[in-house]
Ligand binder design. Structure first.
Ligand SMILES: Nc1ncnc2c1ncn2[C@@H]1O[C@H](COP(=O)(O)OP(=O)(O)O)[C@@H](O)[C@H]1O
Ligand SMILES: Cc1ncc(COP(=O)(O)OP(=O)(O)O)c(N)n1
Length: 283
């Protein structure tokens, strides 16, 4: 089989086009990866904030995942806004059924989105336990410090990573990027090895979609067969360029840019070969 690698994002729609599945699709395209979607919620959103959320029925979310996996055979999956506990439970069941995440053959990048950069909620408050329950499937979980505070009760990057791994994630990528220091330092660890991903902090208010872009770029590289640390390193280089090419649009926080990736995914790394190699089978 030839053609581009395929990745799936399970995420909400941002009508303003800066974050959510729109940012994920821009990112997949920048890496030369064919992007597919399972929509969890439609948000009424612009650069100023979120004024409405319409959730998709849980079974329809699960059916989108099944339809994509059975036909297009993604070789990596990313999650973003998951909205509610019933939706998360339906997604967990679909992931187990289709071999997505730990114990399966398709790696899972889990971005535990809880709120927008303006503080508007993107996850129902009673869904935190369900979200924590999904971590046991994650190849990597990618919270920012507001999310670690909510999910594991600390803003310390090392302590948070330890707690996330204890919940079952294979790797934790704890982002430190929202602070005010001169560097943007994220911690990637599997509990044995620590990798600090360090980049200059770019002075801009236009960082809408940065978290989605980092997670989607990781999924794009995984879809092409990268190891998890290599995928995260490439994604960090990409998101730094994305922030550097951010722009103003609308009255509020503008989006990051999505320039063509310096390290695109090779077309020949698609589908069957990647799955077979991960499963230890002869393609
Ligand atoms: N101003 C910035 N300059 C450089 N990198 C940034 C900047 N803001 C965020 N990042 C990086 O973007 C990625 C996403 O981080 P963050 O914005 O904290 O995620 P989220 O959108 O989930 O809150 C991280 O790697 C972070 O270090
Ligand atoms: C629909 C939707 N999904 C996710 C987000 C959050 O995007 P993210 O890149 O994690 O963070 P901010 O850009 O909000 O800092 C969203 N706003 N909408």
């Amino acid at each position: 089989m030839s053609g581009p690698a395929v990745a799936l994002t399970v995420a909400g729609s941002d009508s303003g086009g800066g974050a959510g599945l729109q940012a994920d699709l821009h990112t997949f395209a920048a890496f030369g990866v064919h992007g597919t979607t399972a929509v969890t919620a439609v948000t009424v959103q612009n650069t100023v904030g979120v004024t409405g959320v319409h959730e998709i029925p849980p079974q329809i979310v699960a059916d989108q995942i099944g339809a994509v996996v059975e036909d297009l055979r993604p070789t990596a999956v990313k999650t973003g806004m998951l909205a509610s506990a019933p939706i998360i439970e339906a997604i967990g069941a679909a992931f187990r059924q289709h071999g997505i995440g730990r114990g399966g053959t398709i790696p899972l990048v889990l971005d535990p989105v809880c709120a927008s950069m303006h503080g508007d909620p993107l996850l129902e408050p009673d869904a935190l336990d369900a979200l924590r329950g999904l971590f046991a499937l994650a190849t990597v979980v990618t919270p920012n410090l507001d999310e670690t505070q909510l999910l594991v009760g600390t803003r310390d990057q090392r302590d948070a990573a330890r707690a996330l791994l204890a919940l079952g994630a294979e790797h934790a990528l704890v982002k430190g990027g929202h602070g005010t220091g001169p560097r943007s330092r994220d911690l990637l660890t599997d509990g044995v090895t620590e990798i600090w991903l360090d980049a200059e902090r770019i002075e801009t208010g236009n960082t809408h979609g940065s978290g989605d872009t980092l997670a989607a770029a990781t999924a794009a590289r995984l879809a092409g067969g990268d190891s998890l640390p290599d995928a995260v390193r490439a994604a960090k280089r990409y998101v730094t360029r994305a922030v550097a090419t951010s722009y103003s649009v609308g009255a509020g926080h503008g989006p990051v840019g999505h320039p063509p990736a310096d390290e695109p995914v090779r077309a020949s790394a698609a589908g069957d070969e990647v799955v077979a190699a991960r499963a230890g089978a002869t393609p």
